[in-house]
Design a protein around this ligand. Structure first.
Ligand SMILES: *Cc1c(COP(=O)(O)O)cnc(C)c1O
Length: 388
């Protein structure tokens, strides 16, 4: 048996785009282990450092002790337990909605939401830089995928105006973009959606825990009433695992009945749900952590810009350091390792051609010491060397 014919022949992938799983250890911690070195970790989405916190670990352990290590079935069979109900009630309070539903992951949530709400005769408007789980959800729904230029309401309106008035329409956008760290222009987008009668979905994966006192960009802009569904994940700033969606009782009931990635998959184990619940409590108890992280990010971003680095349109804790060529990015990552830092090298097809970049994720538990390590490392390696 050979894999020669699988997948079918396509465009050959250049060597600088090939991927492999890095041998990192302690990946969610502030310092991780890589090739026998202890490196400052700028590559994890554990933005608030919650994943290693004593409270989160204890909540998880308590849940295991009470409920065991597996949920044993799908939620609709016997995989429900009291922590789930508590978590969804907490989500409703957190998001200010009537109902909420937890999925196995953010990926499963987007697949379930889109394949339930969208259908063959539907048009789904989606930002070109939306997350892969959104793209896969649209594909699975068989709806027509209408991609608008990144964060460009004018292009969105141009496309909306071309489509039949009576065609059912859905719009979905990341609120903070995962590879660029910029924000969706929600007020303009939502105005258009009102005008053209479009169902709206926000993916708050990278905003949850940080923007809007932890509740997300929609909340920060006071637009909760305009957004039909809010989805997000517990796997990033919330330091656990699992996806969620919050919205009206009617929409959530529809998902319970129709979303196949919810119905046909075993529900999350107690260790995970216990940690999710604790994370929501932590964020609500210390809502200023996100603001602190954004201040720190402003500081590091202007430092990098003064050194001549291109940080794109980032306004959040995700800072791209754009270098165009994949080879340059791999070299920069190696040089940073020597300077004591681990950062992600993001290359096509994850980002468009000629926009390969280091992706730096800052975190709220960085102190003065860590900021100095970052500043020193980027001063040592030269900006000019990588940007041609
Ligand atoms: C990470 C991410 C997801 C998927 O969430 P998981 O819980 O990791 O599966 C969905 N949407 C966006 C924008 C993301 O960044």
């Amino acid at each position: 048996m050979t894999t020669k014919h699988y997948p079918p022949p396509g465009k050959k992938m250049p060597q600088s785009h090939e991927r492999s799983i890095p041998a990192v250890d302690h990946g969610p911690d502030l310092y991780l282990d890589f090739q026998g070195q202890r490196l400052l970790n700028l590559a994890s989405n554990n933005y608030l450092g919650l994943a290693g916190s004593k409270e989160m670990k204890e909540a998880s352990i308590r849940a295991v002790e009470e409920f065991g290590t597996s949920s044993g079935a799908s939620r609709l069979i016997s995989g429900n337990y009291s922590l789930y109900t508590a978590l969804e009630e907490e989500l409703c309070r957190f998001k200010g909605t009537d109902a909420a539903l937890v999925f196995g992951s953010g990926y499963a949530a987007n697949l379930g939401i889109l394949s339930t709400l969208a259908h063959r005769k539907c048009l789904v408007f989606s930002d070109r830089l939306n997350h892969a789980s959104i793209i896969d959800g649209i594909t699975l729904s068989r709806a027509t995928h209408v991609r608008y230029r990144h964060a460009d309401p004018e292009h969105l309106e141009y496309l909306l105006a071309q489509k039949p008035v009576q065609a059912p329409k859905i719009l979905i956008t990341d609120t903070v973009f995962s590879m660029d760290g910029d924000r969706a222009p929600l007020p303009e987008i939502l105005n258009l959606c009102k005008k053209y009668r479009v169902l709206t979905i926000a993916d708050e994966a990278h905003a949850t825990g940080i923007l809007g006192r932890g509740r997300g960009l929609v909340h920060e802009l006071d637009l909760e009433q305009e957004m039909d569904l809010h989805m997000g994940t517990f796997s990033k700033a919330l330091g656990s695992y699992g996806g969620y969606v919050a919205g009206s009782r009617e929409l959530i009931d529809l998902l319970v009945n129709r979303a196949r990635s919810f119905i046909y998959s075993t529900s999350l184990p107690p260790a995970v749900v216990g940690a999710c619940l604790e994370a929501l409590r932590q964020v609500q108890a210390s809502p200023q952590q996100g603001e602190k992280l954004l201040d720190l990010s402003r500081q590091i971003r202007s430092f990098l810009q003064r050194l001549g680095y291109d940080t794109g349109k980032s306004t959040t804790q995700i800072i791209p350091v754009i270098m165009k060529k994949s080879r340059a990015v791999l070299q920069a990552r190696e040089d940073l390792v020597r300077a004591g830092i681990y950062a992600g090298a993001i290359r096509p097809p994850t980002v468009p051609e000629d926009s390969a970049r280091l992706r730096i994720c800052l975190r709220a538990d960085m102190t003065h010491k860590e900021i100095e390590v970052v500043q020193k490392a980027f001063s040592t390696i030269s900006a000019r060397q990588y940007q041609t």
